[in-house]
Design a protein around this ligand. Structure first.
Ligand code: SAM
Length: 422
């Protein structure tokens, strides 16, 4: 896999690729990862090839597959990201209609410019991230696009507005979280930013309008069987799961979910976003609800007893270290729940992928409270217990310093890898 350059696990390459660059997503991987696997596996030469991505994110796998004319299916657990992906996969929009709706939005924003948005409908967080006149425009655009009757067009403009939220904020809102120590100078109005994003997206669509829609996204939790995807339906899985203790996806999308009104509080982020995802951070669960004796009796524990023994010992060490730390985070519980969840997803991948298929997963190791957890190897071993024949690990890079801004740093040198399951 000589194409594995050190940034393949990041979204940097996507900035210069049409449609891939329609939404800035901290956790995305490079479209080149997907393009190269399509080439490596000869997928465009094989008839009826199908790709599966159980963690679709902002849709990199699905967009690259559609560009290559290959059928692909994916799951995404976050409703907000699901809308982003649907917009990124809909290429048969009429330029005339897009122009008509854009004009309609402009007229409404213009005629309502003296109207004040109802403060009650705006989460307090948003007032701290946008200048008042900008937020007012953003809300007027939101109100105008909500009137668009055709869902496909509504999603197109919703995506443009979602991207505008990134571009006109006072502080950066997702690297990976809000960075209040940095202030951005925004001289462009929210409306101008929104309309120029729309124009760029419309231009990107022109050469794609005749391209067949081959990718499909489901709003679905990959820990469970997706009945719309058959057993052995796909040849290849290309994906990147959440890394253990790396990002809180509910936190990353909160500016958008608060803005579009799907969440309004910490509790709602937990119920409506975090609980639908693999347990990736300590914010997903309540410590007091975890019962170790019950955990030891679940399917994951019974099938993976060698890995369980290792994890229980590691959990004990983490617990001891935690007692000496001020935050006392329950990284021990997090680690156990993470592997249990990932076991369920690995079973789902095995169900969907053909017997002679291959699965490629970009993964990071972790070190909660400085205790190294070889995540990639453990998941490889768990995959063997789930029915895969063999696995290989290809190192992409060392990643000790990527999230310097995050709390609970440690000096352990971590790696990012590709886990290849046969
Ligand atoms: C590392 S990101 C994937 C990024 C993707 N490769 C891209 O380029 O955009 C992981 C994604 O998995 C989603 N996710 C986490 N748990 C999930 C689950 N149980 N089912 C479906 N999606 C899930 C998260 O919401 C997030 O968008």
């Amino acid at each position: 896999m000589e194409f594995l350059h050190t940034e393949i696990g990041s979204a940097k390459d996507n900035q210069n690729s049409a449609v891939h660059n329609w939404y800035k997503f901290t956790a995305g991987f490079s479209h080149k990862f997907v393009d190269e696997i399509i080439r490596l596996e000869n997928l465009n030469k094989k008839k009826h090839s199908q790709i599966f991505d159980p963690f679709a994110g902002c849709g990199t796998t699905l967009v690259s597959s559609q560009k290559a004319g290959i059928t692909a299916v994916g799951n995404e657990g976050q409703g907000f990201m699901y809308d982003v992906i649907r917009a990124k996969l809909t290429w048969n929009l009429e330029t005339k209609m897009l122009g008509k709706y854009l004009k309609q939005i402009e007229t409404e924003v213009d005629s309502d410019k003296n109207k004040n948005p109802k403060a009650a409908s705006v989460h307090d967080l948003l007032w701290t991230l946008y200048e008042k006149h900008q937020l007012k425009q953003l809300l007027l655009i939101r109100e105008a696009i909500e009137k668009i009757p055709d869902r496909k067009y509504f999603l197109f403009f919703k995506l443009a507005l979602s991207q505008t939220l990134h571009k006109v904020s006072i502080h950066p809102i997702s690297i990976p979280y809000i960075v209040r120590t940095k202030t951005l100078s925004n001289t462009i109005s929210a409306w101008n930013m929104f309309s120029s994003i729309c124009m760029k997206m419309i231009a990107d669509l022109l050469p794609l309008s005749e391209v067949r829609t081959t990718s499909k996204i489901y709003k679905h939790d990959s820990r469970q069987v997706n009945r719309y995807i058959d057993n052995n339906q796909c040849n290849v899985c290309i994906t990147s799961p959440p890394y253990l203790n790396n990002l809180d996806y509910g936190e990353i999308s909160k500016v958008h979910t608060h803005f579009f009104g799907t969440t309004n509080s910490w509790g709602e982020i937990t119920e409506k976003v975090r609980k639908k995802l693999v347990t990736g951070s300590t914010t997903h669960y309540t410590d007091s609800e975890f019962d170790l004796d019950v955990f030891k009796q679940n399917e994951f524990a019974l099938i993976n007893h060698v890995q369980l023994k290792y994890l229980l010992k590691k959990a004990e060490t983490i617990r001891k270290v935690a007692k000496k730390r001020s935050g006392k985070k329950s990284f021990d519980i997090l680690m156990l729940l993470y592997f249990q969840d990932m076991y369920s997803v690995i079973n789902e991948i095995r169900r969907v992928i053909k017997r002679n298929g291959t699965s490629y997963l970009i993964l990071g190791d972790s070190a909660p409270y400085g205790q190294h957890v070889p995540t990639t190897k453990l998941l490889g071993d768990i995959a063997l217990n789930s029915g895969f024949n063999s696995y290989k690990i290809h190192k992409i890079r060392s990643r000790g310093s990527k999230w310097k801004s995050l709390r609970f740093r440690h000096s352990k040198n971590l790696t990012e890898n590709v886990l290849v399951l046969k």
